[in-house]
Design a protein around this ligand. Sequence first.
Ligand code: NCD
Length: 308
Amino acid sequence: MLKGRSLIDPMDFTTEELEEIFVLADKIIENPKEYAHAADGMILATLFYEPSTRTRFSFEAAMLRLGGQIIGFSSPDSSSVSKGETVADTIRTVSCYADIAAMRHPKEGAPRIASMYSSIPVINAGDGGHQHPTQTLTDLLTMRKIKGKLSDLTIGICGDLKFGRTVHSLIKAMSRYSNIKFLLISPDELRIPDYIKKEVLVKNNIEFEEVSKIEDVIESLDVLYMTRVQRERFFNEEDYIRLKDSYILDDKKMKLAPKDMIVMHPLPRVNEISYEVDEDERACYFIQAQYGMYVRMALIAKLLGVCE
Ligand code: NCD
């Protein structure tokens, strides 16, 4: 039963519960009109302490498309946070006004704290360099729809594997499906954190390899998941400038890739995918953004308990 629950970490839900959400997302995609009043009279609060385009808009569009309403802030400067209010007090107050909340915060663990003080479901919309579970729902729905499965996949993840929260959540979530192999493509300094390596990959016996060049592995991939270098999490600008263009996926590299490989990206992109690749039919990042809205509709409806 998902009604009333919060989603803070991708492992909060079982794979069966995730499947329930994907099945509902499929039904919404097939027949969106049928769900246009599912959340009539209900309110989603979006509490964004950190910038966002897709995630906040897709949450808000999702609630509006379910017939609900939205309140919230897109920067802490415009709320009582700027007066020094704690996350705990903010969520207690928001619980009095809204039926569900989505929170993005630069501090790792802030949405978890919020969920402990909240009387409404809290959805983690990204906490620092930690986790981003609704991006993972988006990524899984995309693979499920386009590749037709979530098992037996070789997934290349490229870019900032150290600070990229979407990467951490994706690896955690995929660790529960069978026959998954990861090729982790990054510069030495941006490798996957040790805790993910030890507690997720090694512990679950998942095959993985750390490499430094896309060209060396692209021909063996089912999915290439590109990410941007996370400028805002660097301690100094020089390191960012040195590493920011480590990878640029272009037509030349795409020529080496299998015909049925798909390219994904949580977006925003900076330089890591050339615009020419957008024309390639294997480029799936914009449809992925659209699936993000549908999967959030399904998630909100399930947590509110308004859809089967
Ligand atoms: C991601 C994020 O915020 O972590 N963006 C998103 O939610 N689609 C990826 C990123 O910012 O690089």
